[in-house]
Design a binder for this molecule. Structure first.
Ligand SMILES: *Cc1c(COP(=O)(O)O)cnc(C)c1O
Length: 396
């Protein structure tokens, strides 16, 4: 039976390859960090990880994970509401709510699930979901699962959002949905303006803080801190898989009744396994750390400022960023791939992105800064960028 289908898939795969879109995995043979070793033995500096705070290989988190394995075992073998809830899960949920200044939290196996399971239980055909055009794939999928009326506004475009809010007065309830930080440009959603419009047009607000939590705002509380609107956002989703240790896990945090309904009806919560005790315990430790000091944010912010300033001085065209993401604009797809390959030869690991991941003629290299980067790492990257930039005629 497989024969014809196999041929069909092989054709699809060749089309992907011919279009230059085939994705290969780079195999790392060390722990995740600023310096990694890749298969073949090359040691490179890593500028494409979401390990914003450098916690992915943190000793205290590893110890907390080990301790939980010793005392609470390896896995839960259950969804939360049957026999998959330990005190650790409840404590972690409370710590997350504390960190964000919200009323309650519900854990998921991933933020993809948090976003996938948030709309359908809360909003029906009578309601409207008004979503930023650059929102993450998991939001798009989650919105598709609901029966609500959908509106899409251009990225961070407040005039367009206002127009959509006017149209959405026809529905019972409205919710504005946005990423906190957009991962390709590093810009933030203008939350102050969104908050004003939400008030004016009687709308709820949901923010996905995956790239902003731990990163943005003086103490890393995310875009609600950056725009000084803590307590005004109704629903926040986030991940434990980026700044917060990088293992696995997601969450939705916000209004008490919202979280309560999700516990009753959110399908990825009801029908998927509970996160393991080691991840929960390391998460507790992690939120204790990031709640008590903002040293890691200070380091991350100064690293980002330093890198952006030096790259601008070197003559590169850098997108204005408000996060730890720095888009080095090259505009040409082929050039972006060549540039990244040359940087790798210099020991700098970055990814070049081009259409359809970013708009046509908007190819770029995305650099992700981390608190784990030392001054010498940044300097080495800037020297390499400058050398390759000159060789390829990008800068003078
Ligand atoms: C990474 C990311 C997710 C998915 O997070 P996981 O926990 O890895 O599933 C969702 N939304 C945004 C905006 C992200 O950047």
């Amino acid at each position: 039976m497989y024969g014809k289908y196999k041929e069909f898939l092989q054709n699809e795969l060749s089309e992907i390859t011919d279009a230059g879109l085939y994705k290969n995995e780079r195999v790392i043979v060390s722990a995740q960090n600023a310096e990694i070793e890749v298969e073949g033995g090359q040691k490179v500096l890593n500028f494409c990880m979401n390990n914003y705070l450098g916690l992915s290989n943190n000793k205290e988190l590893i110890d907390a994970a080990k301790e939980a394995m010793d005392t609470r075992g390896f896995g839960m073998s259950s969804v939360r509401f049957i026999c998959g809830t330990q005190d650790l899960h409840k404590t972690l949920e409370a710590k997350i709510a504390d960190f964000f200044g919200t009323e309650d939290t519900i854990l998921y196996a991933a933020a993809f699930d948090a976003n996938g399971g948030v709309f359908e239980p809360l909003f029906s055909a009578e309601d409207a979901i008004i979503s930023d055009s650059l929102n993450h794939a998991s939001i798009i999928d989650g919105v598709r699962l609901s029966k609500s009326v959908r509106y899409r506004y251009n990225n961070a475009d407040m005039e367009d959002l206002e127009a959509k809010l006017k149209l959405a007065q026809a529905q019972r309830f409205r919710i504005i949905v946005t990423d906190g930080v957009f991962s390709m440009d590093g810009n933030t959603a203008p939350m102050d303006k969104i908050n004003e419009l939400a008030k004016k047009y009687d709308a709820l607000i949901m923010v996905d803080e995956c790239h902003s939590a731990g990163v943005v705002g003086k103490t890393g509380r995310g875009v609600t801190e950056l725009y000084d609107i803590r307590g005004e956002v109704d629903i926040i989703t986030g991940t434990l898989g980026k700044a917060f240790g990088g293992a696995i896990g997601g969450f939705t945090t916000g209004r008490k009744e919202v979280i309560d309904i999700l516990r009753q009806r959110s399908r990825p919560y009801l029908f998927s396994n509970s996160i393991p005790p080691m991840v929960a315990n390391a998460g507790i430790k992690m939120f204790d750390m990031v709640s008590s000091t903002s040293d890691l944010q200070d380091k991350l912010h100064s690293n980002t400022d330093y890198f952006v300033e030096k790259m601008n001085t070197a003559g590169f065209d850098i997108k204005p960023t408000k996060s730890a993401i720095c888009a080095v604009m090259l505009y040409d797809a082929k050039l972006s791939q060549e540039f990244a390959a040359e940087l790798l030869k210099e020991g700098i690991y970055v990814i070049g992105f081009y259409y359809p991941v970013v708009p046509k003629e908007q190819a770029r290299i995305r650099v992700q800064l981390s608190a784990a980067h030392k001054q010498e790492h940044l300097d080495k990257a800037i020297v390499a960028f400058t050398k390759v930039g000159k060789a390829l005629g990008v800068i003078k």
